[in-house]
Design a protein around this ligand. Structure first.
Ligand SMILES: [Zn+2]
Length: 274
C-alpha cells in the first residue's frame, strides 16, 4: 500500500476587488480595494458620533488604498493633501470596490406612486469633474474683495486635516463649530483701518488681519449679507464644479414617467452597510 501524504489544508487565494479613483480637487489617482467585513463593522459601530465617524471613514479609505505613495503613505499625509470633495470620490470608489457597480434600488414613482425595483449601474451614472488647471488647489490662496465692507477675504480650500482640526477646538459648543465650519475656507480677513500718529495727529492707514477662525466667524456674522454672498459665489466659481455627482435617470415601468434622482455618496455607503 502506497503512503498517502496528507497535506495541511490550503485555502485557495482570492483577491479583493479594486476600483480606480481620480480626486476632483487635487487630481491624484488611487487604486482602492474592497473593505473587509471587519472594516464594515467598525464604520457601523462609529456612526453614533459624527466626529468619530468622520475619522473612521478617512482611516478606512486610507487603509484600503493600495498605492500609498508619498505624501499618501501616512494617514496625516492623506488628510493634509485631500479635500472633502476628494474624499467623496474616494468613498464612491470604496462603495464600488466593496459592493460592485450594479445595485438594486427601490423607487416610488412621483407621478403614479407605484413602487418598483430597478438595477442601476453606479459607474455609468457617476460623473467626477476633475480640476486640471495645473495649479495646486489645496495650497492656493485667493483674495476676494468684499463689496460693501471693503474688507478682503483670503480663501483656501481646507484639507481633511484642517476640517477635522476644527472639531478639536476646545471650549466651543458643537453647534457653534458646525456654523463656523461653513467659513473654514476663509483663512483670513483683512480689515482696513487706521492709526493716529501721536506726534502729528495724522491718520495713518493700516490693515488689520484676523486669522483665527472663531474671530473670522464672529466678524463675518456682523458683515452685510452681500459680503457673505460674495465669498460664497467666489468659492462656488473656483471650486464648486469639481466634484463627484451621481444622477440616476429612471423610467417608471407602470406609467412611463421619467425622473432623475441624485444620490449622496455617504448615504450610499450606509445603505450598503446594512
Ligand atoms: Zn409611474
Amino acid at each position: 500500500m502506497a503512503n498517502v501524504v496528507k497535506d495541511l489544508p490550503t485555502m485557495k487565494k482570492f483577491e479583493f476587488p479594486v476600483y480606480e479613483v481620480v480626486t476632483p480637487h487635487t487630481n491624484h489617482s488611487f487604486t482602492i480595494r474592497s473593505m473587509t467585513v471587519d472594516q464594515e463593522s467598525v464604520i457601523k459601530e462609529s456612526s453614533v458620533s459624527p466626529v468619530k465617524l468622520d475619522t473612521i471613514i478617512s482611516q478606512t479609505i486610507f487603509d484600503c488604498i493600495e498605492n500609498k505613495e508619498p505624501p499618501f503613505n501616512t494617514l496625516e499625509g492623506f488628510e493634509k493633501n485631500l479635500t472633502y470633495r476628494d474624499r467623496e470620490a474616494l468613498i464612491f470608489g470604496l462603495i464600488v470596490a466593496s459592493y460592485g457597480e450594479t445595485q438594486k434600488y427601490s423607487y416610488k414613482c412621483p407621478n403614479c406612486d407605484k413602487e418598483f425595483d430597478v438595477d442601476i449601474n453606479l459607474g455609468e451614472n457617476a460623473d467626477v469633474k476633475i480640476y486640471n488647471g495645473g495649479e495646486d488647489l489645496i495650497n492656493k490662496e485667493v483674495t476676494i474683495d468684499l463689496p460693501v465692507s471693503k474688507y478682503k477675504a483670503v480663501v483656501k480650500l481646507p484639507s481633511l486635516f484642517e476640517s477635522k482640526a476644527l472639531y478639536n477646538i476646545k471650549g466651543v459648543d458643537k453647534s457653534v463649530i458646525d456654523k463656523m465650519s461653513e467659513y473654514n475656507i476663509v483663512k483670513k480677513l483683512i480689515v482696513p483701518g487706521y492709526e493716529i500718529d501721536t506726534a502729528t495727529g495724522d491718520k495713518i492707514e493700516k490693515e488689520y488681519v484676523i486669522d483665527k477662525l472663531i474671530e473670522i466667524y464672529s466678524t463675518i456674522r456682523k458683515l452685510p449679507a452681500k459680503d457673505r454672498k460674495a465669498i460664497q459665489n467666489a468659492v462656488v466659481d473656483m471650486y464648486g464644479k469639481y466634484k463627484l455627482t451621481i444622477e440616476v435617470p429612471t423610467v417608471c415601468p407602470s406609467c412611463g414617467h421619467e425622473f432623475t434622482t441624485s444620490l449622496d455618496v455617504t448615504q450610499e455607503l450606509f445603505r450598503n452597510l446594512q
